[in-house]
Ligand binder design. Structure first.
Ligand code: PLP
Length: 389
């Protein structure tokens, strides 16, 4: 095995409990665990099973393909919210597999009605409001029209209203405040047009971490007789965006949740080669690294094809791996399937030794910093075999 990923079910459940402890302070809230993109690269099969065994009743997937796959793992009963735009070709499977799509156009409702009617089975949906992402959802002017359409539908029942925050990690953000106002208006319009709304949801991990939206959601839910749901993704996997201050944008620290969660994924490989190089020898493509003195290098069978970013190369992001709890710096450029690391000062490193590419001592946030991206992109870019630990 070139490299493999270990998923800690215990950590995953601990992170879930951390989310639940925070959101339940303001009143009971349901957790919809987001497992889209193969559970952020953590293997949806492992993650969905662990979360459902821990009592999770709602999972969020990206598309119908993921919904069908997760349905096979979790069986009937667990609710699966399909969060990407619906396509006509998907509607039959939505009805058959009891998936819950997000909708926001009259066309979405029409195509679902046709599929539901021909199967003789009603379908439940959540209405998405665009409050400020300009991505998915009906804008505020269009809410009344779609609400009326849903209220009058025999086959499509709108049980939830949702939106998504653009700047939830910014403390006291004016963008968030504007989005909340728009969301509150939209929810009232939907209810005012005769839709019985059971769930309202808006908060992903950062909103839970930042915290100020949760009490407000409970108040809004109380006004319209609905219940609150939260939609954490990244926090369940043990990462959170830094909470930033609104005024100066200075990177703050983790919020309440960020301090509690711990990474679930460890990506490992083994040493497949060891060699000594002398002063003046160069390493890797482009000969970008020249040894200044005698060095000992370990060869590892992971590269950018596996998701180890080329930006981890020395002189670029200056990445490292962990061997026996100590750092070994990347030397030269990361290749497609290989990388060399410096073990000169790491006595006793031998062939077959286990190496942590990402995990304790070298987090997805570290990888993200080397590559100028975010932990999310690193995690869902790892291609290795999954093992549950
Ligand atoms: C991905 C996603 C989430 C989860 O976001 P995190 O930042 O990972 O917690 C929640 N809601 C929607 C609509 C999403 O697309």
């Amino acid at each position: 095995m070139k490299s493999w990923v270990e998923i800690s079910g215990t950590r995953l459940v601990d992170n879930l409990r951390a989310v639940q402890a925070i959101v339940n302070v303001d009143g009971a809230a349901e957790t919809l665990a987001v497992v889209k993109a193969n559970a952020y690269g953590h293997d949806a099969a492992i993650v969905a099973r662990v979360l459902v065994n821990a009592g999770v009743r709602w999972l969020g997937v990206a598309d119908v393909g993921e919904g069908v796959r997760v349905r096979e793992i979790v069986g009937d009963g667990v609710r699966l919210l399909v969060m990407l735009a619906l396509e006509e070709a998907d509607c039959k499977e939505v009805v058959e597999r009891d998936l819950t799509p997000v909708v926001w156009t009259v066309e979405h409702v029409g195509m679902l009605e046709r599929a539901a009617e021909s199967a003789g089975k009603a379908v439940r949906v959540h209405l998405e409001i665009d409050t400020g992402m300009a991505r998915q959802g009906v804008d505020c002017e269009g809410v009344a029209i779609i609400a009326k359409r849903l209220a009058g539908s025999k086959w499509v029942r709108c049980e939830g209203v949702m939106s998504h925050l653009a700047a939830a990690e910014v403390e006291g953000s004016v963008v968030t405040r504007r989005q909340r106002d728009r969301f509150a208006d939209a929810v009232q319009i939907v209810v005012g047009n005769g839709v019985t709304v059971e769930w309202i949801h808006l908060a992903a991990s950062s909103a839970v971490d930042e915290g100020s939206t949760l009490g407000w959601m409970q108040e809004l839910a109380g006004l319209v007789g609905a219940k609150v749901m939260v939609r954490p993704g990244i926090a369940l996997y043990g990462y959170c965006s830094a909470i930033t201050a609104a005024n100066d944008g200075v990177i703050g620290c983790a919020g309440a949740l960020g301090k509690l969660v711990k990474p679930v994924l460890t990506w490992k490989t083994r040493v497949i080669g060891l060699r000594e190089i002398r002063a003046g020898d160069t390493v890797g493509y482009g000969a970008t690294f020249t040894a200044k003195s005698l060095m000992r290098l370990a060869l590892l069978p992971v590269g950018y094809a596996d998701g180890l970013r080329r930006a981890a190369s020395s002189g670029v992001g200056d990445g490292w791996v962990m061997i026996g709890g100590r750092r070994a710096a990347v030397v030269g450029r990361v290749s497609m399937n290989l990388v060399m690391v410096d073990v000169t000062d790491l006595e006793g490193v031998a062939l077959d030794d286990e190496v942590v590419v990402l995990g304790e001592g070298v987090t997805a946030d570290d990888h993200a910093r080397w590559s100028g991206t975010i932990s999310y992109e690193i995690l869902c870019g790892i291609r290795a075999k999954f093992v549950e630990s």
